[in-house]
Design a binder for this molecule. Structure first.
Ligand code: HSE
Length: 324
């Protein structure tokens, strides 16, 4: 039997960054952990509030993703012991499903000696998730610019500026990506397409060159945010006014409902900005939790152990690192 035990720490992500719908992503300093080893019988140990209702049989996403890796590599490990804890809230626009997919791909690949390349893992992750933005960020860390034609996904990773920090406001309600995608039109005008090509290109150039002052002008969008705004009361006011409260720019995080503000780490206006976000949502009757998150420079951090070595258990292992 395979004699490894693998522990993977994988980051959350924010997708779109405003104009880069299904294209731009950034890894965030909020994490999920997955432990995986071969077993006699498949067992799951799922810890924390975020894991409630997740299946504990072979229909589990982590199990299915792992089996896909084994199939690609021509290896058979039908029974697995899987443990997971996540600090990433579900269906809030912080890439929880992408981090589970990337974490399971990375864990399963490491379990069998890493035969699949990162490029291959990215292709698999993109197919599983349906778009490359969140999975690219969770897999490569930093800021990831990606494009997928349904066949091949390509990407370039950018190093986030050292002064870049984010404030997320996570509303106390869930919004499925499916519902938020249904709100989008099937066609847009040439003028809106040109608007978004311009903003998205400018944003990538600003992030790559460190011209953080351009973010507020570049982080505007006509492809998805205007159509999703009715699903998130308070969103339009936050996107419009966040810069007046000291943000470098603001966007809907992924498909929402989380809102994300980009902030200079040295800003003197952090608490005003936080109050503005919370008060604007509260005016609409929405309770929210705020978190200050940094870009996560790394994708999955993988530890491989001998399965025969003493195992402290996942929660014991990560207890100093969890935040929620
Ligand atoms: N790009 C995706 C969307 C991210 O906006 O629908 C959500 O997972």
């Amino acid at each position: 039997m395979n004699n490894r035990r693998v522990i993977v720490k994988v980051p959350a992500s924010t997708a779109n960054l405003g104009p880069g719908f299904d294209t731009l992503g950034m890894a965030l300093s909020l994490y999920a952990w997955i432990e995986m080893s071969a077993a006699e019988t498949t067992t799951f140990r799922l810890y924390g509030d975020q894991m409630q209702g997740i299946p504990t049989d072979k229909s589990n996403l982590l199990y299915r993703v792992a089996q896909l890796v084994f199939e690609e590599a021509g290896v058979s490990i039908p029974e697995l012991d899987i443990a997971m804890y996540s600090d990433i809230p579900l269906t809030r626009g912080l890439g929880s499903s992408a981090s589970a997919i990337v974490g399971a791909l990375a864990a399963a690949n490491a379990l069998i000696g890493s035969p699949l390349s990162d490029h291959k893992l990215f292709q698999l992750a993109t197919i599983l998730e349906g778009h490359p933005d969140n999975v690219g960020a969770s897999l490569f860390g930093g800021i990831v610019v990606s494009a997928w034609d349904g066949d091949r996904a390509d990407y370039v990773r950018l190093e986030p500026h050292a002064k870049l920090e984010t404030l997320v406001a996570i509303p106390a309600f869930q919004l499925s990506t499916e519902k938020a995608r249904h709100a989008l039109p099937s066609q847009i005008s040439m003028a809106d397409a040109v608007f978004n090509v311009g903003r998205s290109s400018l944003l990538v150039a600003a992030l790559a060159s460190g011209e953080l002052g351009l973010i507020r002008h570049a982080m505007r969008d006509r492809l998805h945010q205007p159509y999703r705004a009715p699903l998130i009361p308070g969103m339009s006011a936050i996107l419009e006014k966040a810069a007046e409260y000291g943000a470098l720019g603001a966007a809907l995080s992924g498909a929402g409902p989380t809102l994300i503000a980009f902030v200079d780490a040295d800003s003197q206006n952090k608490s005003e900005l936080e109050q503005f976000l919370l008060a604007t949502l509260k005016q609409e009757g929405i309770e929210a939790e705020t978190m200050w998150l940094k870009p996560s420079a790394e994708g999955p951090v993988i530890t491989v152990e001998d399965a025969a070595s003493p195992c402290p258990g996942l929660m014991e292992r990560i207890k100093g690192e969890v935040v929620r």
